[in-house]
Design a protein around this ligand. Structure first.
Ligand code: MG
Length: 339
C-alpha cells in the first residue's frame, strides 16, 4: 500500500479523489484498461437472496439450490449466515444446510459471521470462507448490527485473526458504499478509508456494496477512480443492486477499471429491503448473459443457473425478476404456441 493517502486538498471541483494524476488523465491508462479475460462471479442467492425473501424456503430446497449452483460452475457460493436466528430467522438452518450439501472441488462455500460465536459455528460447519460486514455510514451500522463502525471493525479484527488461524479465507463487505437509506450521500474518501481498514484486518477482498441500489455508472467511475489506485483492482469486488435498473451498466463501467469480481444472485433473488416491492440483487443470469456476450469467461453455465432459479422459484412464492429468466420463459412459451 504505497499509494498516497487522500486528503481534503484532493477534493477538486466537488469530486473527491486520491491525489496524483487527475482522473481524466488516467482514462485509458493504468486505472482504466482492457477488461480482465476471466471474471469471478460470487453467487449470493442462497444467502443474500433468500434472507431477504418473505417466504421461508425449506432446508431441503436450499440444499438442492446450493448444489445446483455449484454444479453450474459457481466458484464461490454464499450459502448462509451464522447470525442470531431470532434476528434473522431465514438463516436459522445454516448448520443443516452446510451439513446437507455435496461439496464440489471447484467451489468455495461461504457464510457470513458477525462475531466470534458465529465464527465458531462456521468453523464447526466446515465453511471455506467467512464474510464480515461493515457499513460506510454510522446510522446504517447502528441499525443493522447495533455497533458503530469503529466497534464493528474491532469485532471483525478478532474474527479475521481467528478465522485466518483456522485456515479460512475472510471476505469483507462494505455496505452503503454508494448511498445510505438514512444518511443519503456517503463520501468517497470514507469508502476508500474503510476499504483500506478492512484489508488491513486481513480480508482478501472487499465487496463494495450498493445496498440500496442507487449507484449509476458516473458514481461508479468516481468511486473506482479513487479506490483502485489506493488498494488495487484485485482487492475490490462489487455488489450491485438493480433497484433503479443500473446494475449491468455499473458492471460495464467497472470492467474499465479491471475489476474482476462481481456478486450476483440467481434469478435476482432478494428484493430491496429499503424499497418494498423493488428489485434488489443483480441477477446472475443477467450478469452472465452480458459477460459472456463480451467474450469474458466465468466458468459458469448460464443455462444451469437458470434451471436452478426455476427450481427455487415455486418456493419463494413469486416470479423471480431476472430479465434473462423472464425472456427465456416467454420464448419457451411462445415457441410452444407458435406451432
Ligand atoms: Mg445484496
Amino acid at each position: 500500500m504505497t499509494e498516497p493517502r487522500a486528503s481534503a486538498s484532493d477534493r477538486v471541483a466537488g469530486t473527491e479523489r486520491i491525489s496524483g494524476a487527475p482522473a481524466s488523465e488516467r482514462v485509458g491508462g493504468s486505472a482504466r484498461a482492457k477488461p480482465p479475460g476471466r471474471i469471478s462471479v460470487t453467487e449470493v442467492g442462497p444467502r443474500d437472496g433468500l434472507q431477504n425473501e418473505a417466504a421461508n424456503v425449506p432446508t431441503s430446497a436450499k440444499i438442492a439450490f446450493v448444489n445446483a449452483l455449484a454444479a453450474a460452475g459457481a466458484p464461490v457460493v454464499e450459502v448462509s449466515a451464522f447470525v442470531n436466528p431470532e434476528r434473522v430467522p431465514r438463516m436459522a438452518d445454516a448448520e443443516q444446510v452446510f451439513a446437507g450439501i455435496t461439496r464440489q472441488p471447484g467451489t468455495r462455500y461461504a457464510a457470513l459471521v458477525p462475531n466470534a460465536r458465529g465464527l465458531a459455528r462456521a468453523v464447526a460447519a466446515h465453511v471455506s470462507d467467512v464474510a464480515v460486514f461493515a457499513a460506510a455510514s454510522e446510522t446504517f451500522s447502528k441499525r443493522n448490527i447495533n455497533q458503530t463502525i469503529a466497534e464493528s471493525l474491532d469485532t471483525y479484527a478478532a474474527v479475521a485473526r481467528e478465522a485466518t488461524a483456522s485456515g479460512l479465507r475472510v471476505r469483507g463487505y462494505l455496505s452503503t458504499a454508494f448511498g445510505c437509506p438514512f444518511e443519503g450521500n456517503v463520501p468517497i474518501l470514507r469508502v476508500v478509508a474503510l476499504t483500506r481498514r478492512l484489508l488491513d484486518l486481513g480480508v482478501f477482498e472487499v465487496a463494495v456494496s450498493d445496498t440500496i441500489g442507487v449507484a449509476h455508472p458516473g458514481h461508479v467511475r468516481r468511486v473506482l477512480d479513487a479506490l483502485v489506485p489506493a488498494v488495487g483492482a484485485e482487492r475490490v469486488a462489487l455488489h450491485f443492486h438493480d433497484t433503479r435498473g443500473t446494475a449491468l451498466a455499473n458492471v460495464l463501467a467497472a470492467l474499465d477499471f479491471r475489476i474482476a469480481t462481481f456478486d450476483a444472485s440467481a434469478g435476482g433473488l432478494g428484493g430491496c429491503p429499503f424499497a418494498p416491492g423493488a428489485t434488489g440483487n443483480l441477477a446472475t443470469e443477467d450478469l452472465l448473459y452480458m459477460l459472456h456476450g463480451l467474450g469474458l469467461e466465468t466458468g459458469i453455465s448460464l443455462d444451469a443457473v437458470a434451471a436452478a432459479s426455476r427450481a427455487i422459484e415455486p418456493h419463494v412464492g413469486h416470479a423471480l425478476p431476472s430479465r434473462y429468466l423472464r425472456a427465456t420463459a416467454t420464448t419457451a412459451s411462445t415457441a410452444r404456441h407458435a406451432d
